[in-house]
Design a protein around this ligand. Structure first.
Ligand SMILES: [Zn+2]
Length: 241
């Protein structure tokens, strides 16, 4: 009696070739090993550079910081597509990777797992598109890049935005303060002086326009000084811990 294999390779609706259940698969079944020679991170990057649009990376499986399974020279598991709503997951067992069913899979259904793709550097919209996902599930996040990496980037982007907004607000506040203090100062003085200062003001207004630029620059600098202090404070706090 020959054993019917769990999987078969066919054309996929998601991308290129895919791997499909050749018979019903029970949840928890170890379906296939992700095979291929183990190469270094650098070798993997060189392999990746030979392919376009990041598709190579989807055939490289990182098993440790500097070791990667080169799926391009491996078995059928390399054809298993990514999905944001998977029916399988990749399990690491030492240096080996196995694809296991996390749901009961009917015969004929495509096997998919979440790649949780680790992409270094800044995750821009362009990078997301390079690793675009076409799984078509309602849960699709639009890219194969790992959710935690997307989250990190989103937090960074949000912080940057907040920083810029705070800077703008601080500057606006400073400018408002200057205006207010200018008005308050002239208001306290008596009428005669007020008249004089009003005359002076007229003169200032004419030349004042050219002065406004260096003033805003000095506002920037004081803003920076404040930030330096903040970071120094936080370092001190960290040191105490
Ligand atoms: Zn998706």
């Amino acid at each position: 009696m020959t054993k019917i294999p769990y999987h078969k390779v066919q054309n996929s609706r998601i991308h290129g070739r895919g791997v499909f259940a050749n018979k019903p698969i029970r949840k928890g079944t170890r379906i296939i090993e992700y095979t291929g020679p183990i190469v270094s991170r650098k070798e993997a990057d060189d392999i990746g550079a030979q392919y376009e649009n990041g598709h190579s990376h989807t055939m490289l499986f990182q098993i440790s910081k500097n070791r990667v399974i080169n799926g391009t020279e491996g078995g059928d598991a390399r054809y298993i597509n990514h999905s944001c709503d998977p029916n399988c997951e990749a399990i690491q067992d030492g240096d080996k990777i196995f694809i296991e069913a996390i749901k009961s899979i009917p015969k004929g259904q495509e096997l998919v797992y979440d790649y949780h793709l680790q992409v270094p550097g800044k995750i821009t919209e362009k990078v997301k598109k390079e690793y675009a996902c076409f799984c078509g599930s309602p849960k699709c996040r639009g890219t194969q890049i790992a959710p935690e990496i997307l989250e990190k980037q989103a937090k960074k982007d949000e912080k940057k935005k907040q920083k810029e907004e705070r800077k703008k607000l601080e500057q606006a506040k400073k400018e408002q303060k200057k205006l207010l203090s200018g008005k308050a100062g002239s208001g306290k003085k008596d009428k005669k002086k007020k008249d004089k200062s009003a005359k002076k003001k007229d003169k200032k207004d004419k030349s004042g326009k050219s002065k406004s630029k260096p003033e805003s620059k000095s506002a920037d600098q004081s803003g920076k000084e404040k930030k330096h202090k903040k970071s120094a404070d936080s370092k001190k706090k960290k040191g105490k811990k």
